[in-house]
Every structure is written in structure tokens, then in C-alpha cells.
Design a protein around this ligand. Sequence first.
Ligand SMILES: Cc1cc2nc3c(=O)[nH]c(=O)nc-3n(C[C@H](O)[C@H](O)[C@H](O)COP(=O)(O)OP(=O)(O)OC[C@H]3O[C@@H](n4cnc5c(N)ncnc54)[C@H](O)[C@@H]3O)c2cc1C
Length: 447
Amino acid sequence: MSEHHTHRAGSTEDLDVLGIGIGPFNLSTAALLPKDAVTARFIDRKEAFDWHPGLLFRHATLQSPFLKDCVTLADPTSEYSFLNYLSRSRRLNRFVVADHPNVKRREFNDYFKWICANLDTLRFGTDVRSLDFDGRAFVAGTNRGTYRAKDVILGVGRAPFVPEGARPHLGSTVFHGSEYLLRDIDITGKRVAVIGGGQTGAEIFDDLIGDDSRLPSEVTWVTRRGNFAPFDESPFANELYVPGYTRYFHAQSRTERQRLLPQQKLSSDAILQPLLESIYRRLYETDFLQDRRLGYRMLVDRHFTRVSPAASGWLLTMEGPQGTEAIEADIVILATGFNHETPAILDQLSDRLVRDEDGQVVVNEDFSLQWDGPPDHRIFAHNMSLHTHGWIDPNFAGMAWRSGVIVNSVLGRYLYDVDVDGTTVDWGGKTTTALELPAPEPVGAGV
Ligand SMILES: Cc1cc2nc3c(=O)[nH]c(=O)nc-3n(C[C@H](O)[C@H](O)[C@H](O)COP(=O)(O)OP(=O)(O)OC[C@H]3O[C@@H](n4cnc5c(N)ncnc54)[C@H](O)[C@@H]3O)c2cc1C
């Protein structure tokens, strides 16, 4: 039911809520925003929903359980749950029997598309080129006319991060990992280097070494970390992703939050253990069990500094324990993550945003950005609060819950009971109580 180009160029639409970007996070908010309570549109520049298509490997799995879908952790009764998608797709029983340890990303992409097909508040093919406040409303200029809204909800994601030393040479043989599958590169017999030891680097390395019919002559995998590390998926690490901890984290001082984030990094930014095992076994196979050996190097503790042209291909320079090192490659893939700067969509409002001593925007507990405009006009933001809310920010673990918090704030009432879970661990510092909104209605009969 999502519509495409019904909003004509030159026309203006007045709304209560404008959602900008339809990735998983704003899709979650769109799914949880009750029909008829507010006038809302969610718009995206893409022609149709697609979730990180350049990395949608056939075998890639979610890094999180499927219950962390768009809605369940805010409203388990929502019709937009992954389980309802399976049921409507007539495969719930088969899914249960299949007992996947992790759901494939392809299946979640299809689930997201199913939600899109069932929401009539979405508009694709609409690129927001300006966003300002005219004193009475936010005004978004797009390729398909103007939207005016009381509140905006940003879900524009994060732009790929390219290290400065690679920027001058971006092109067909030096590119960011997020474009990997879109480029259709010929790797056979080539020297390929992958920079970055996170999940994306691992998935690309795995793909490069996986097929005997198209093996590179040499693959080098470089990370600045001390090793190729697995996610910490243990229960107490997972408690960092429940609402009780997020409220605790938000209540800490800026310096305390900065101290905690690197300590907790492996709970969010690392490699799935089954993928590490699969890579290790594949390297064992190519080393000992087949005639065709694979040339590979796995370099840890190396800080990539720059790419420069070599006689043939590229010279990669890095700093390591032994000082400066250089290797040659024909293709350089930058699995260097995503940018954490304030997104460009906020450029015109930039001077009105409140910033901390590091120049980062200050994000309220309900995910609205502090600004000098009227307090009843809010800019909510997904994926912009790592520094204020912790590692839940870029992860599905926080998706439905955060959307529930945002929807409650937009409506000014407690529609979703988002303050239910505390944690077993006493984190040792001050915490906050639930957000101050009218108490939720009792749900159901209870037992
Ligand atoms: C390959 C990959 C796999 C991941 N897997 C998991 C996982 O399994 N579990 C987990 O917890 N996390 C995962 N993550 C982390 C995170 O959940 C995802 O990055 C997720 O896509 C973030 O959602 P988002 O909505 O913030 O941004 P995005 O998915 O990046 O979507 C942003 C949208 O905004 C649109 N947009 C941007 N600017 C404009 C504009 N000016 N006008 C209109 N539209 C605009 C874009 O077109 C895009 O569609 C993964 C990340 C990656 C890269």
C-alpha cells in the first residue's frame, strides 16, 4: 500500500509528523505510530525499500535475534511483527521447524518490504534536499514538493566512513565495503586488500575466499584491533541493550559515558562467532586439503594510513608494532564503518542545535535533539545518540523500544509501556526513573 509519487513537485503538504529516511529504524516508528492519531508521512530518496543491498550476501545472518524486529519489544501485539509476517507468508510452522540459529538478512529485508507494502504513510523516490524551521513549522524541500511538519523524525542512517588517506583515490578499484555487491568486481587472480576487522570486513573476506572458481591471487585482511574478535553475546553484555540500562547510561556524565563506550564496544561492533569459525575452517581447507593454495595475510594491530598509486595497482601504507609497513594490492575495499558526524540533513539547522563540549548534539532521553526553537516542535533522531544512549543506538535491540519512546513523546501520552525492564546488574551510578508521561492504561486482564 505504500505510495510512490502521489505528492506533486511544487505542492505543499502540512503534517503533524514528517519522517525522513525509511531504513529499518524509521520503518519501525512508522509501524508503531497509530493510524488516525496524527497526520504523518515517512519519505525516502530510494525508489523502494532496500536494506544495505551492497552487503546483502546470500548467507549473511542477522546479528540479533528476530524478536528484535520493528515492533515486538514495544508492542508484542502489533500486526507488524516478524512472526505475523511469517504467518501471513504461510511459513510460520516451517520457520519453527527450520530452527535457524540466526535469521538470514535476506529474510529480514523481505520482512521490512512486507511492512512497507502494508503501510500507507510511506513515500519513496522523495529526496529531502533542505530542512529548515520557518518559525511555525519544519519545512522540508524535496524533489517532489515541500513538506511542512510540526515534528520531524530523522532516520537517515549513517554515511559510509572513508579514511582521509583513501579519499583521493576512490573509484572502481578503491571503494567502501557498503558497495561491495553492487560493483560486480572481477577478483580472480587479483591482489585484494580488505581494511577493517568488523563484521563487514569479515563478510567480505569470507566472500573473497569462498569460491574456488574465482579466487584472488592474494587476499590481505587488515585490522587495527589486536585480533579478529567475536561479538560478546553473553547475557550480561546483552543487558546493555535493555531500556533500564539505556536510561542509566543516559543519566551519566559525558566523561563517564565516554569511558564506558570503548569498554562495551565488542557487544556491538565485532564479528559473529559462526562466521569466524567458517573463515578459519575455509583457511584450513585451502592450506591443507586442496591443491590450489590461497595466498592470504591477516594483519592485526595495523593502523591503515593511506593508499597511493603503485607501478601496478595500489600501495597501502599502515603503522604497526614494527613501524611503517606497506603492501601492494589491485583492489582495496574499505570496510571502515560509518560516519558519526551530525548528518548533512541538519546543516541548515546546525546553528540552532545545542552541542556538548565535543561539538556533538545533545540528545534528550526521548531521542529529541536539544535546540533553541519552540519546545513543542521536536527533531527526533534515530542512530544519532551513541554518545548519549550507548550501543543500543545503532542496533535493532533498541529499534522498537526507541520508536515506542518517540511515539509516546509525539502523542504526549503513554501509548506504549516502554519502561518495563530493569536490569539484574547494579551499574553503580545514578539512574533515572521512567519518562514523565501519563501512566499507561492497564493492559488485558493479567493473571
Ligand atoms: C550490512 C549491515 C548489517 C546490519 N545488520 C544488523 C543486525 O543484524 N542487527 C542489528 O542490530 N544491527 C545491524 N546493523 C546496524 C543497523 O541496524 C543498520 O545499519 C540499520 O540499517 C540502520 O537503520 P537506519 O534506519 O538508521 O539507516 P539506513 O538503513 O541506512 O536507512 C536510512 C535511509 O534514509 C534514507 N535517506 C538518507 N538521507 C535521505 C534524504 N536526505 N532524503 C530522503 N531519504 C534519505 C536512505 O535512502 C536510507 O533508505 C547492520 C548494519 C549493516 C551495515
